[in-house]
Design a protein around this ligand. Structure first.
Ligand SMILES: [Zn+2]
Length: 296
């Protein structure tokens, strides 16, 4: 276990215990560390930052344990990741971030996003991903552009114009390490784009602890102030943060919704049927943040 000594990983503010540990070891399975699973609502003990209101785990699991858990994680659905990738492409394209240069997607899963960028822009794309099963599900056209590693061990190219990191910051035991390494890998004034959950969004406030953001994989859960502080205290400026809507198949939304487990298992077994594969767009409390690298 590493310990954060009660200090917020986003703004260094003091944390107070907010939600005690909720873990049933008998429920841990190969899907526990996969990105699209039936939520179990199990989580480590969360502290809340008094300043920016981020939730964070203080006694962190060992990083080797996390790395092997993600390496072995089952990959559940390409259909879901394709929907997510289209949403992110649309958002970044509207912000004119996908014109030319080099892009690295950190935690790129099956490479759906870099595949879309590769096909629809002049950008050179690369991805890194810790789960071998996710990489094995990638399209052959992008497989060679994905490196099987974690960011801290990435030794490849640098001088990227854009780094993207979607739905990943919650999972990192060294959150500030992501920012430091991103700073090193970017060209001067290059952009880092983060997409993550907003714990203070309306839907998450309504659901409270029934929200699927309460998860054993989530070692911190941010909000707009927290992500802004995280970027600004790590060498990024011109920070913009906005709420985004996500389009996902109906099956995905139903698996996240607070409905009985037997219904979720039924839906999970039929997630590829036609009606459950239709995409619908909902604002579910995700935020997108962009910061520009500034010199130290
Ligand atoms: Zn904080």
């Amino acid at each position: 276990m590493q310990n954060r000594n009660g200090a917020c990983p986003c703004c260094f503010g003091d944390g107070v215990l907010r939600y005690p540990t909720k873990i049933d070891n008998s429920l841990l399975t190969g899907k526990t560390y996969s990105s699209r699973k039936i939520p179990e609502l199990m989580h480590y003990s969360y502290m809340e930052c008094r300043t920016c209101r981020a939730l964070f785990v203080d006694d962190l699991p060992d990083s080797d344990f996390l790395q092997s858990s993600y390496n072995e994680a089952e990959f559940v659905s390409s259909n879901d990741s394709l929907f997510a990738a289209r949403t992110y492409f649309h958002e970044l394209n509207r912000m004119s971030l996908l014109n030319t240069g080099k892009l690295l997607d950190i935690g790129c899963s099956d490479g759906s996003f870099i595949s879309i960028v590769d096909s629809n822009s002049e950008m050179k794309v690369l991805g890194i991903e810790p789960s071998i099963q996710a990489i094995n599900n990638s399209d052959p056209s992008v497989r060679l552009k994905i490196e099987h590693t974690v960011l801290e061990k990435f030794q490849g190219e640098s001088e990227f114009d854009v780094l993207t990191c979607f739905q990943t910051v919650e999972h990192l035991s060294d959150l500030r390490g992501l920012l430091t390494k991103s700073h090193e890998l970017l060209v001067d004034r290059g952009r880092l784009v983060l997409v993550c959950h907003d714990r203070l969004s309306l839907v998450n406030r309504i659901l409270g602890q029934r929200s699927p953001i309460f998860d054993i994989e989530h070692l911190q859960i941010l909000n707009k102030s927290a992500v802004k502080a995280l970027l600004e205290t790590n060498g990024f400026g011109e920070v913009r943060v906005k709420s985004i809507s996500n389009t996902y198949p109906i099956s995905y939304w139903l698996l996240l919704a607070p409905i009985p487990k037997f219904l979720k298992r039924f839906i999970d077994s039929r997630r590829h049927t036609r009606y459950l594969s239709w995409g619908i767009r909902i604002r579910v409390g995700n935020l997108l943040a962009v910061g520009r690298k500034i010199q130290d």
